[in-house]
Design a protein around this ligand. Structure first.
Ligand SMILES: Cc1cc2nc3c(=O)[nH]c(=O)nc-3n(C[C@H](O)[C@H](O)[C@H](O)COP(=O)(O)O)c2cc1C
Length: 363
């Protein structure tokens, strides 16, 4: 596109339209990425999100959910199972969480052997079981240990190593030390989830702290927390100066969110998914999950999606509760289909997904 025809970009758009190079051949393009989410961003979900809107609609990167390094380094085989075959279009990194620099570094080496183009270390998990074992966000009170962990991993591998942190344990008073530790350790970038550990997931995320973080580190900075749609993504970039944006729950609320951001950055019309697209998404998710999980687990995964899903179906609270109460996949699917019919689409399930409720009952 020539300069004369290129859309005029505002400040937020301009930041997110710029590919973010992490070095060693890894570039986030655009720097709008899918957050690691335990129990959510497994291989099936990641692939669906990346493929959903076709070429040009994927996030600029994605991560596995955190893989815990405990008594021994994680084996290559286990990491490969999480990661799946490498994608040519989207760098998918492995996120590790551990407390022993040697074992974390060895796991990072194994992750690279399993095909990971980048490694992230988790310093944000607030779960008590993790916190009490002094991993995840507990380390935000021990910047020297963060430096040792990131440094050990960065020295051990020749792919970018990044860190994902929160603002602090109780408040942001040690954020400068944490960011300095991450930078001194040789990280390629840092993601800041704009909440403290004590905030857990309370609303709203503290974007003003991201602006402060921007002034505290020279590392590429990815902002995270409460980005639900393109407006939020662009506003975060504009208001805080971050170089990239990470989206977590927003991708459950709207699986097309990355395609929407990309369209906005190109100045193109946003995708307008309808019930047919949603049912195709549902059927693909269900079938891919069913190949590796029990029917009960598949039901649980779909409920996790419908708990937050907010586009296409526009569920009211009563319908959402009914979906979440469904005892079988067949019940859940009957409710989804009924809602789609209400929305004006009555053809039934898309090709290749005929009579899903019947087949679900047999599984
Ligand atoms: C169900 C769930 C699981 C999560 N698991 C992880 C994880 O494995 N690693 C991690 O660094 N953060 C994890 N997070 C935090 C998210 O990556 C993200 O920082 C947080 O949800 C805020 O972003 P959002 O407002 O866009 O969702 C998880 C969040 C949720 C809701």
């Amino acid at each position: 596109m020539s300069a004369a025809t290129a859309p005029r970009l505002g400040q937020g758009e301009a930041a997110l339209a710029r590919p973010l190079a992490l070095g060693r051949g890894v570039t986030l393009a655009p720097p709008v990425v899918l957050a690691p989410m335990e129990g959510v961003t497994h291989r099936v979900f990641r692939d669906l999100i990346c493929d959903l809107a076709g070429p040009g609609g994927a996030p600029g990167a994605a991560w596995t959910e955190f893989l815990r390094v405990s008594k021994v380094a994680l084996p290559v085989k286990a990491i490969r199972a999480e990661l799946g075959p490498p994608r040519a279009d989207v760098p998918v990194g492995v996120q590790l969480m551990g407390t022993d620099p040697g074992r974390v570094a060895e796991s990072a080496v194994h992750a690279v052997a399993a095909g990971a183009p980048m490694i992230d270390l988790n310093f944000g998990c607030p779960a008590p079981v993790v916190f009490d074992k002094c991993a995840g966000s507990a380390l935000l009170d021990a910047p020297e240990r963060i430096e040792a962990l990131v440094g050990a991993a960065a020295r051990a591998v020749d792919v970018p190593v990044t860190a994902k942190v929160r603002l602090g344990v109780r408040d942001g008073s040690r954020l400068a030390e944490v960011l300095a530790a991450v930078e001194a350790a040789g990280a390629a970038a840092v993601t800041v989830h704009a909440r403290t550990r004590d905030d857990r997931y309370a609303h709203p995320a503290r974007w003003d702290e991201l602006a402060r973080a921007r002034g505290l580190t020279r590392l590429p900075l990815i902002g995270n927390g409460d980005v639900l749609d393109p407006d939020d993504a662009l506003r975060m970039a504009r208001e805080t100066g971050v170089d990239g944006v990470m989206i977590g729950r927003g991708a459950l609320r709207d699986p097309w969110v990355f395609a929407r951001v990309r369209a906005r950055l190109r100045g193109a019309p946003p995708p307008a998914p309808g019930p047919r697209d949603l049912l195709a998404f549902h059927a693909r998710y269900r079938d891919a999950m069913a190949r590796q999980a029990t029917p009960l687990a598949v039901l649980g995964q779909l409920k996790q999606l419908y708990r937050r899903l907010d586009v296409v179906l526009a569920l009211d609270e009563e319908r959402r509760r009914a979906l979440l109460r469904a005892q079988t996949l067949a019940d859940l699917e009957a409710l989804v289909l009924a809602r789609c019919r209400d929305a004006g689409w009555t053809d039934g399930w898309p090709d290749g997904a005929q009579d899903p409720a019947g087949s679900a009952q047999e599984r």
